[in-house]
Design a protein around this ligand. Sequence first.
Ligand code: MN
Ligand code: MN
Length: 287
Amino acid sequence: MNAPQLLQGIPFLAAQPARDGAHLVLFGCPFDSTISFRPGSRFGPQAIRAVSDVLETYCPVLDRDLEDVTFADVGDLPLPPGDSRAALNMVRHLAAEIHAGKQIPAGLGGEHLLTLPLVEAAIEAHPNLVVLQFDAHMDMREDYLGVELSHATVMRKICDIIGPQRILQVGPRSGTRAEFAAANRLGNLKTIRVTGAEIAEWIGDRPVYVTVDLDVLDPSVFPGTGTPEPGGVDFATLQIWIAALAGKQWVGWDVMELSPVYDPTQVSAVVAAKVVRTMILASLARN
Ligand code: MN
Ligand code: MN
């Protein structure tokens, strides 16, 4: 497959436009074809970049600055609406290329299904990785209305590859009794009362892929998403969780499910951009 031309827009705050020399490569995945409730996350990547300018480059929680690290924002993949397999292949292909360059791929969503090809590419480069998922939902369904590739099945697909012991889910608060019973039996489910230290301890020295489904945040903090779920975490706690992972061996990450159209105040987009800033700084703490 030939590499597609990426769509260039305004880059994320302080990002360089070209991949060469960067330790981390951001790219947008504007795709939302399998959403179950309300669409719009395809507009997420551009909305995050557009408001990123409102942030400072310095993060007091991490005492790190975007100016201290080298990262690129290479634009958006032109993902074909309605064709999940083609879209996932394109995402996987780009992520694999970035891994081949010993850089960290970082995807901006887009719907949560896009995490599947990102994790698949990361597994090829780092077969022993673990996956940390922040999410209001488990996304462990076998299928959604008969469709196997869906934002509601993404973690099941990943689980089928690496097994449940290598996945930690933080924040799920919606699902069937059977789903919760199964997850609790495996011990891979944490409520929003978990601490950053506990999450960091679970990871240990294993390479880690971190996926943030932004609906882990409470809808009062983050209404701009497709499936809002009350009972979520506040921004400061999420930021502390991510900051606690600075120094770990990050091998890839994503921030998914901003649907800017549901929040005309743009606060959700600013929240998403600040999550992205924290992820950049935490994942590059070793560099
Ligand atoms: Mn979710
Ligand atoms: Mn999800």
